[in-house]
Design a protein around this ligand. Structure first.
Ligand SMILES: NC(=O)c1ccc[n+]([C@@H]2O[C@H](COP(=O)([O-])OP(=O)(O)OC[C@H]3O[C@@H](n4cnc5c(N)ncnc54)[C@H](OP(=O)(O)O)[C@@H]3O)[C@@H](O)[C@H]2O)c1
Length: 280
């Protein structure tokens, strides 16, 4: 008989969920919603501040460190006996033209967004394989399909997460482990100073004007853009679903991604240029 928490049956209340990057933004909204719905939710932060008022337990985790990932996952399995769902939400951003971005800055972003995702997957899979049950929800971005100018490394890291997820889905399907990607559009999670901190160090004057206009569009999207709640609700729907789909696009910008499947590349470039005001 199948365990009632098995992914194929949809996870029921009481299932153990690990949400990386739950101190802020989308991860925080996901963790709060899942606590409210009765799951046993563990969030993570590099600098956790203990148990949150709402019953969310916070664990220390740096996804760029093998040792931190190993100790977070093994500690949770020791405590709860299993992890039913991993939500690979933690990531970092980086703004700047490709030429302004050093290889070291680009590598640091990939270390978190891509290798951090892979580290977490490798850490939870042994337990999920053993139980022949589990669900991994990776976080991509609509930017994986429609790369954002002056946000190239972030866009590339999310495209890598998509490809990784597609391969992983095929590798673990026979083990009854579900894998999917959530791809949000612009969600309001960063404001003013926080946004400015994402800028690479080097500035080349030839890029200054279009870059400023593109940043203004991105900043507006991330400060007054979409609410994290629809993303959290999408995650809840995935957890409850019997057979999670491959991709879940969320946000008003998803219409551009859907359109891009039918339009020639020249039309897509025109739309993206116009959206990010690359030309005056
Ligand atoms: N916001 C958007 O417009 C948008 C659009 C598309 C996709 N996304 C994706 O959605 C996810 C959440 O985005 P968000 O905007 O909500 O992010 P956010 O507000 O910047 O929060 C990022 C979270 O990740 C954690 N984090 C960062 N680096 C980490 C590391 N090395 N190890 C462990 N945790 C780390 C942070 O926790 P601590 O600092 O406490 O460690 C924080 O809780 C990300 O994957 C992002 O790429 C966001």
């Amino acid at each position: 008989m199948k365990n009632r928490n098995e992914v194929r049956n949809g996870l029921s209340k009481g299932g153990v969920v690990l949400v990386t990057g739950a101190s802020h933004g989308i991860g925080k909204a996901i963790a709060a919603l899942l606590v409210e719905k009765g799951f046993r939710v563990y969030g993570t932060s590099r600098r956790p501040s203990g148990e949150q008022g709402n019953g969310l337990k916070m664990l220390q985790l740096d996804i760029t460190s093998d040792q931190s990932v190993e100790s977070c996952v093994s500690g949770l399995i020791e405590k709860e006996g299993r992890i039913d769902v991993l939500i690979n939400n933690a990531a970092v951003g980086l703004l700047g033209a490709i030429e302004e971005t050093t290889i070291e800055e680009g590598k640091a972003l990939f270390e978190a967004n891509f290798f951090g995702t892979a580290r977490m997957v490798n850490a939870v899979l042994p337990g999920m394989r053993q139980r022949r049950s589990g669900l991994i929800i990776n976080f991509g971005s609509l930017a994986a399909t429609l790369p954002i100018p002056f946000h190239a490394y972030l866009s590339c890291s999310k495209a890598a997460v998509n490809t990784f997820t597609d391969a992983l889905r095929l590798e673990v399907k026979h083990l009854n482990i579900g894998v999917c990607v959530v791809e949000p559009g612009m969600v309001a999670t960063h404001r003013g100073e926080e946004f400015a901190q994402l800028r690479v160090k080097k500035a080349i004057s030839d890029y200054a004007e279009p870059e400023q206009r593109a940043f203004a569009v991105i900043e507006k999207g991330q400060s007054v853009g979409g609410d994290p709640q629809p993303v959290a609700e999408t995650v809840l729907r995935i957890i409850r679903s019997k057979a999670p789909a491959r991709y879940y696009l969320v946000g008003v910008e998803k219409r551009y991604v859907l359109l891009s499947r039918f339009l020639p590349q020249s039309a897509i470039e025109f739309l993206v240029s116009r959206h990010f005001r690359l030309t005056k």
